[in-house]
Each structure stands twice: as structure tokens, then as C-alpha cells.
Write a protein that binds this ligand. Structure first.
Ligand code: 6PG
Length: 248
């Protein structure tokens, strides 16, 4: 029995996932702006969201998403400059942000290039508090947080076995990721779990086994995303659900 707040939606292929995701972004955006005058949208990194970003930069989404009232944030960022090939900001900028009528001040980039990463994380938390009008200790309720899932079950930059998994107070942390020999900046689980909507996009057979484990409650960071009072949707393609089809 699916949890009332968790939906797993399977679509034929990545293109169908992209179209469904775009429709959901539009619906959430229009609803948020009608209700609160702004749409707060945190983007995921990695490669999966590229097709969605490109799709949102074209009609009809280019003309119907209320970009002028949209605030773009990032779920996580690599510790590289914004023009680096690995930068999540760069992917979003090249495929979406430079193509849509967003006010520059409404794009909130994590400063992955900073020498003082803890200060950069704190500055990002302050930006979040400022946009949401929050006092210290309050949690932002993002209208939509887009997430991906790594084949190790990580999401954002919340990797298995890392310190950030235990963070329950900060909005944003610097996370040492020894398995990648790097540090990342990431939103924390309480922020993810206070969102009004969380949308995971997972495609491809390579993720099928891990997805099956995560969806059946396996001990992976992606399985710990359980919005307190929000909607959780896993939007996946058939290839990513194949394992389940074989009774996985
Ligand atoms: C990142 C992402 C990360 C990503 C997963 C899936 O910075 O890499 O935020 O959480 O969503 O690693 O990545 P793919 O979409 O490339 O499989």
C-alpha cells in the first residue's frame, strides 16, 4: 500500500519522465505564486535533470511558468567554480537559467568555489532565510525540491556514511565525501523534509536495483527523504523500475 504522501509514477522512457516532470513543475509554480506570490524551486544536480531544464526553457513552459516570481536555489553544489564542467550551477545556467526571464537576484547560487566553505554554507543559509523571511531555527518550506538518486543511494550531496546525514540543525552544510575524495555543499535532510513538494527523477536500468532497495525502505540517504507535511513523488522510467517488474 503506497503511503498517502508518497507516489511512485512510472513512465515509458526518459522523455515521458521529462514531460511529466515539466507539467508538475508548472502546476506547483502556478499554485505557489497564486497562493504566496512566489515560487521557491531548488534544483538537483547531476545529469538526469538536464533534459528537464532544456524542456522548461522552451514553449509552453518558457511562457507559462511565472519566472518573474520564481526563486531558484540548488540542492547541492560541487566545490568548483561556477564555470567548471562539474558545476551544478553551470549545467542549470547553460540549459535553463540563461534562457528564461529570471531576475538575476532570484538565482541563488551556492559558492562552491569559496576558500571558506563553511562561511559559504552559512551565507547560503542566510539567503534562504532572507527569501523565506525566516528567523533562526525555523525551517524553509520550499515549494518544490527536485532531487536525483545516485547509484549508491545518495541524494543531493548526502552520501552514505557521511557526516551530513546526521545534521538536524543547520540548513546547509559542507560535507566531506571521502568516497569521492571531495567536499560538497548540500541542503540538509530537515530542509528536504520540510518541503511542500519533493520530486525525485530517476531513469535508466543502472539504477533499478538501488531504486528497488530505496523504495522498499533500504538504509540509503534517498530513503530518508520523507517530507513531514509535503508530497513526495518518485518519477521514474520503466528501465529504472525493471528490477521491480522482475519481482525485485
Ligand atoms: C549531484 C546531485 C546528485 C545527483 C545524483 C544523480 O550534485 O551530483 O545533486 O545528488 O542528483 O548523483 O545524478 P545523475 O542524475 O547524474 O545520475
Amino acid at each position: 500500500m503506497e503511503d498517502r504522501k508518497r507516489q511512485v509514477i512510472v513512465r515509458a522512457d526518459p522523455q515521458a519522465v521529462t514531460e511529466e516532470a515539466a507539467q508538475r513543475v508548472l502546476a506547483i509554480a502556478q499554485q505557489a505564486v497564486a497562493a504566496r506570490g512566489q515560487f521557491t524551486f531548488a534544483l538537483s544536480g547531476g545529469s538526469t535533470p538536464k533534459a528537464l531544464f532544456q524542456h522548461l526553457a522552451q514553449a509552453p513552459y518558457l511562457d507559462t511558468i511565472p519566472w518573474a516570481h520564481t526563486h531558484i536555489f540548488f540542492g547541492d553544489e560541487r566545490t568548483v567554480p561556477p564555470n567548471h564542467p562539474d558545476s551544478n550551477y553551470r549545467l542549470a545556467y547553460e540549459t535553463l537559467l540563461k534562457h528564461v526571464p529570471l531576475a538575476g537576484k532570484n538565482v541563488h547560487r551556492m559558492a562552491g568555489e569559496a576558500n571558506d566553505l563553511p562561511a559559504a554554507a552559512e551565507a547560503y543559509a542566510a539567503q534562504i532565510r532572507q527569501v523565506f523571511g525566516l528567523s533562526e531555527g525555523a525551517w524553509p518550506r520550499f515549494d518544490l525540491i527536485l532531487l536525483g538518486m545516485g547509484d549508491d543511494g545518495h541524494t543531493a550531496s548526502l552520501f552514505p556514511g557521511t557526516q551530513a546525514l546526521r545534521e538536524q540543525r543547520a540548513l546547509v552544510v559542507v560535507n566531506d565525501v571521502p568516497q569521492l575524495k571531495t567536499r560538497r555543499i548540500s541542503l540538509t535532510f530537515p530542509v528536504l523534509n520540510h518541503a511542500a513538494n519533493v520530486l525525485f527523477l530517476v531513469t535508466g536500468q543502472a539504477k533499478a536495483a538501488r531504486l528497488a532497495e530505496v523504495l522498499s525502505g533500504g538504509d540509503y540517504p534517498s530513503a530518508q527523504v520523507q517530507p513531514v507535511d509535503g508530497e513526495l513523488v518518485w518519477l521514474v522510467d520503466k528501465a529504472a523500475r525493471e528490477k521491480m517488474a522482475r519481482g525485485g
